[in-house]
Design a protein around this ligand. Structure first.
Ligand SMILES: *Cc1c(COP(=O)(O)O)cnc(C)c1O
Length: 411
């Protein structure tokens, strides 16, 4: 059963100050979860997760994660600035971008971030703009050697990364240009729940590390497993067992990295979803129950607050506050107010009987939730709240006003 870390009474009180809809994040859940990840990979020399800023680009969240020793994975200029403003500095920033403008390379180098190149042409582009740094990383796309999934697509059809042949060209070229320290990155899955997938990714990266050593006498300093660790959106799904991922990775490390003389090799991740996803909730209020050919629960949030169901047909669990124990005797589509018929948080969902004014909690919005929001149909972005460890609630981003929405127009 999926639970929420607050009661109906708490939300009723809270909404007097902060009207629905809003996203609320559970600090205790995030911190404990970050601790579990660190613990699971504690055998790895210099283990770090560079939290993917795009998953929840709020400095308060980044500061919490910085406190847990996490870095930041950025892919745009504003994300670099956000990481910097949250106090995440230097090589604690991973800059993994694609189709990159030169000014972002310049900013990344200025911040001392680890620069992860997505394309062969980036070597020259970087040299021309920011100059070649001492440390460089390349993103590897294994093509048909690996299968992707519905969110990220098949690797051979993905726009990201260098092919195997390009990888084997890029490293010696970078070495020739004066690069002294090297990393290797990949990201081939998104929201993947199978632990074996990540062990296979580690083996794939370790094998390339060994080849780079044998062919070019290049000793990688780190491999970056990317993000993509999934979360159990559905009640019947199981979280990825990071202990078993870690154990499998250790076996590969001992088989491949140690005999090649590459130990210590840092292994890092840039997970976003699995870090904050389960600890965010979109709280929304029922505005109307409309009985047509089907029964529709209309709420005050819409897909501009959470796009995943409309974009990927993603399942997000829904709790009706105060009716947690009630029998699920009704079937509803839960809809927002956009003039788009796919603006539905749930379709044919079994739920308790719902009344006007009920509070619905949409689960697992702590990553790729608020972050993917937009303003279509004149919808204003919601507030973000933080449920702190001591039970108090802090506003960490106010709701947009109409003035914000009009700020870029010539009125
Ligand atoms: C999106 C993304 C991540 C984070 O993915 P999650 O599914 O949130 O873990 C990490 N690295 C890169 C390059 C990404 O594009």
């Amino acid at each position: 059963m999926k639970e929420v870390p607050f009661s109906l009474e708490k939300i009723q009180k809270l909404t007097k100050e902060y009207p629905t809809p809003f996203h609320i994040y559970d600090e205790k859940g995030i911190v404990e979860n970050a601790g579990r990840m660190k613990e699971a990979f504690s055998w790895i020399p210099g283990f770090k997760n560079y939290y993917a800023v795009k998953a929840c680009p709020n400095p308060s969240i980044l500061e919490i994660l910085k406190g847990e020793g996490f870095g930041a994975d950025c892919s745009s200029l504003p994300e670099l600035v956000l990481a910097d403003r949250a106090g995440i500095r230097g090589e604690d920033i991973m800059f993994t971008s694609n189709d990159t403008p030169e000014e972002e390379f310049i900013k990344a180098k200025e911040l001392g971030a680890v620069i992860n190149l997505d394309d062969m042409t980036h070597i020259e582009k970087l040299e021309r703009s920011a100059g070649i740094p001492e440390l460089i990383c390349f993103r590897y796309n294994p093509g048909s050697a690996r299968q992707g999934n519905v969110i990220i697509g098949k690797p051979e059809e993905a726009k990201y990364g260098l092919t195997y042949e390009q990888i084997m060209e890029a490293y010696p070229l970078a070495k020739e240009k004066g690069v002294k320290r090297f990393g290797l990155h990949t990201m081939v899955a998104s929201n993947e729940l199978d632990p074996a997938y990540f062990i296979e990714t580690a083996r794939m990266l370790f094998e390339i590390a060994v080849q780079l050593k044998e062919k070019f006498d290049i000793s990688l300093e780190f491999v970056n497993m990317g993000g993509g660790v999934g979360i159990p959106y559905k009640p019947e799904e199981k979280a990825v067992d990071l202990d078993s991922v870690s154990k499998g990775m250790k076996e590969e490390y001992e088989k491949l990295i140690i005999p090649a003389g590459l130990d210590p090799l840092r292994v890092v991740f840039e997970c976003g979803r699995v870090i904050t996803g389960p600890y965010g909730y979109l709280v929304t209020r029922v505005r109307q129950i409309a009985k047509k050919y089907k029964d529709y629960v209309g709420v005050d949030a819409c897909m501009t607050n959470l796009m995943r169901p409309a974009l990927y047909g993603a399942y997000h669990h829904i709790t009706v506050l105060g009716k947690e124990e009630a029998a699920k005797t009704a079937v509803y589509d839960v809809t927002g107010s956009l003039c788009e018929n796919n603006d539905k948080f749930a379709i044919d969902r079994r739920l308790p009987e719902i009344d006007d004014g009920d509070f619905l909690v949409i689960h697992d919005t702590g990553a790729h939730g608020y972050a993917m929001g937009f303003n279509y149909n004149g919808k204003l972005r919601s507030a973000e709240l933080l449920l702190k460890k001591d039970g108090s609630v802090q506003l960490i981003r106010r709701a947009e006003t109409m003035d914000d929405y009009f700020a870029t127009l010539n009125f």
